[in-house]
Design a protein around this ligand. Structure first.
Ligand code: FES
Length: 106
């Protein structure tokens, strides 16, 4: 398993106001891009564990495609009543070469 900073994808691989999932260290990580920035979260809703890929991205928020819970991509915090469990987030760096890197926890 790789720890430390891990390259995930090129910035252009992620659509604006959208997202795309990538396998990192055996886990599905969702990269999201909007006018609020680039974010990395676990690709698994904390409500009923649906994949979040394809969910609507607006500003700093991601909406689960299954039951529309809103997550703050900056913190992983959920809104509404269906789940109070936050998503795991990963610190993102956009490197000078245009690649998106995330900090992988030990
Ligand atoms: S599975 Fe995501 S809101 Fe229900």
């Amino acid at each position: 398993m790789t720890v430390g900073r891990v390259k995930v994808a090129a910035l252009d691989d992620v659509p604006m106001n959208g997202n795309k999932a990538f396998k990192i260290n055996g886990r599905s990580i969702l990269l999201c891009k909007s006018d609020a920035g680039v974010f990395a979260l676990e690709n698994r809703c904390s409500h009923m564990f649906a994949e979040l890929e394809g969910g609507r991205v607006r500003g700093a928020y991601l909406f689960c495609p299954k039951h529309s819970v809103r997550f703050d991509m900056r913190t992983g915090a959920s809104g509404g009543t269906l789940t109070k469990v936050p998503l795991q987030t990963f610190a993102v760096t956009v490197a000078a070469d245009g690649n998106i890197e995330i900090d992988w926890p030990e």
